[in-house]
Design a protein around this ligand. Structure first.
Ligand SMILES: Cc1cc2nc3c(=O)[nH]c(=O)nc-3n(C[C@H](O)[C@H](O)[C@H](O)COP(=O)(O)O)c2cc1C
Length: 152
């Protein structure tokens, strides 16, 4: 089983920490959306998509690429970091992947340090996030993914 984790992490490097934990457990390859080329997809059985959340959805590069690639029948997963850490923010990307015939095998979200807008005046929110607990949860999530994909 070969895994690919595609991510962007432009605000504070929050999502990159999660992307690295997950790809380590999956022993997968890690690539940023900015360097991603669609022709590599055929080499992979499991593909993860992750970024920070910007105005309620994944970074626009993630959305644009998801809209333009062929993931029909592929096992996929989604992850995000955001100020509030809510999993509901994954929905826009999940709907796009579902509309393209991908099989969504898991979703992960956690909080990430955020100094956007008024939050900068109070030193930001979610300082130190993702923290060790978040990274542990990301590793557990990756182990669960492996179990699911192997039992398919
Ligand atoms: C322009 C902007 C918009 C954001 N919008 C949201 C949002 O809608 N909801 C939320 O919970 N966090 C929001 N955030 C916080 C980021 O999602 C959070 O800091 C995330 O961890 C950034 O990930 P990154 O460092 O990997 O880019 C926003 C941050 C910025 C800079």
């Amino acid at each position: 089983m070969k895994a690919l984790v595609i991510y962007s992490s432009i605000h504070h490097g929050n999502t990159e920490k999660i992307a690295k934990e997950i790809s380590n457990i999956l022993q997968g390859d890690l690539v940023q959306f900015s360097d991603f080329r669609e022709n590599i997809l055929e080499d992979y059985d499991l593909i993860g998509f992750g970024s920070g959340i910007f105005h309620g959805r994944h970074h626009h590069t993630a959305i644009k690429i998801a809209q333009n690639i062929n993931v029909k029948g592929k096992d996929t997963f989604i992850f995000s970091t955001s100020g509030s850490g809510q999993i509901k923010y994954n929905k826009v990307l999940a709907d796009i992947l579902a509309s393209k015939g991908a099989n969504l095998v898991g979703e992960f979200s956690c909080r990430g340090y955020n100094i956007y807008g008024l939050f900068k005046w109070i030193g930001g929110i979610g300082k130190g996030r993702p923290n060790e607990k978040d990274l542990l949860k990301a590793r557990e999530f990756a182990h669960d993914l492996l179990k699911k994909v192997m039992s398919n």
